[in-house]
Structures are given as C-alpha cells and as structure tokens.
Design a protein. Structure first.
Length: 256
C-alpha cells in the first residue's frame, strides 16, 4: 500500500523537483461563500491547469470530478471545524468542534489524491487530543487504502503564547501521528529549519500570507506553497497562481 500512497503523492508533488503548489478553496465549508468563490466552478476551473493540488470539500470534489490528467489533483477535507470563525462571524463558535467528514474509503470513491486534516492548537486540551486521535486513525486507515494524509497545522487558539513553538509542536504531533505531509503557517527561518529537520523526507508546505513569505519559504527549503482562498479575491487569480507556479518550479539557480 505504500506504493499506492507514493503514487498519489506524485500526483501533486512533482517528481522532477519535489515541489508542489496547492491552493485551498475549501474555507467556505466553515465560512460560507467567500469573495471570488461565489460561483465555485467558474472560479476554480481556470486555475486547475496552473497548480498541482486544490483543497476542496467532499461536495466540491464531486463538482470537479470531470478533470483531465493535466489538471490539479484534488485534496479533500476530511474534517469540518468552526475554528475558522472569528468573533465577527454571524454565528461565532461557543466551543470549538472537529467533526469527521470523509474516510479514506470515501476518498477512494471520490477519486481524490489525499485527505487533509485540521490540527488545532491553542484550544482546550480535549480539542488537541481529538486532533491527535483523528490523525492517527486517518493515517492508519489511509495506509490500508493507499491514501496520503496531509495535516494542516492551525495554531489559532487563544492559548498560543509562543507562535513558532506552537507550529513546531503541531508538526511534531502530525509526524508522530503518521502524516504523509504537513502544511504550516510561516513560523520564521529558525523555526522552519527545526521543522524541516523533524520532517526529514516528509514534504512541508508553507501557508504563505505575503510575497515576502513566498521567497523566505523557498529559500528555506519548503517543498511547497499552500495558498488560501483569498487568492480568488484578487483581480487576476489565474495570473497570480501562474506566476507563483513559475517561481516555485523554476530550475535550480534560476530563482530571483
């Protein structure tokens, strides 16, 4: 089954350079319609040939089932959480929940290349414990089904004091739980170096928030860039993603 997982990882991590550009279009699962994604298919289809992977909800995956081999792989959210909702949301969360959405067997039926699991940090102990249990369970089931598990580290809780250390802790939990890849917010150069040492051969994506983060992540050795749904609110999402793809996959020594 390891061979099956390796094959599926190569569907969105290019074997030629070991790098990957992912765009996450799934935040509407918790937040509702987002700027630029009000018409989901019309917004996402033009970028499918420009990126390596697109994170979607199970329902969104079904709407993109007719992709071609030249299009991005689909990475499906395995969990739902209300942790993305701030105090300004119309229904701010009274307590944080993490609810299973998709099993590895379901993922096979959908034709997705990987599952994505939220790992929430800085909340009540039972929330982090639930994230760790879900990581272990999905990693074990994913190994049997041949579906990789990517862990999306979210150090967004009110108990986070040392941000970079929280990111490192989340990566440690993810790796110990059996994750096949990890996505992290940029924690700074020193912290990211520690994360790469922990990860070894496991790919690490950086969830970039600015152009400075992009270059810093690439210079530090990130395997990939993980863009949020805000890219679809730009005047030219396809142009922005095309430029990032060229920057990420530039031949060695050719980056600015």
């Amino acid at each position: 089954m390891h061979t099956s997982k390796t094959y599926r990882l190569r569907e969105f991590v290019r074997p030629t350079d070991g790098r990957s550009l992912v765009v996450d279009a799934s935040a509407g699962l918790s937040l509702g319609p987002l700027p630029g994604l009000e018409r989901f298919e019309a917004a996402v289809r033009p970028v499918l040939p420009l990126v390596d992977g697109v994170v979607v909800s199970p329902g969104q995956a079904r709407r993109l089932a007719d992709r071609t081999r030249a299009d991005a792989a689909l990475l499906a959210r395995a969990t739902w959480t209300n942790a993305l909702r701030g105090d300004d949301f119309v229904l701010p969360p009274a307590e944080i929940n993490l609810i299973p959405l998709l099993s590895p067997a379901d993922a096979l039926d959908l034709g997705v290349s990987a599952l994505v699991l939220d790992f929430l940090l800085g909340y009540e102990e039972h929330v982090e414990a639930a994230c760790l249990r879900a990581t272990v369970q999905l990693a074990l089931e994913g190994s049997q089904a041949g579906i990789p598990l990517l862990v999306d580290v979210r150090p967004t809780g009110p108990r986070v004091v040392l941000y970079s250390k929280a990111v490192e802790l989340g990566v440690s939990y993810a790796l110990e739980g059996g994750a096949d890849g990890v996505a992290v917010p940029w924690p700074g150069t020193d912290s990211f170096s520690t994360i790469l040492k922990m990860a070894g051969e496991t790919p690490v994506w950086v969830k970039v928030a600015s152009d400075d983060d992009v270059q810093a992540a690439l210079d530090a050795g990130a395997a990939g860039l993980w863009l949020g749904a805000e890219v679809f609110a730009r005047p030219d999402p396809a142009g922005a993603l095309s430029a990032l793809g060229e920057q990420l996959h530039a031949p060695a020594g050719a980056q600015a």
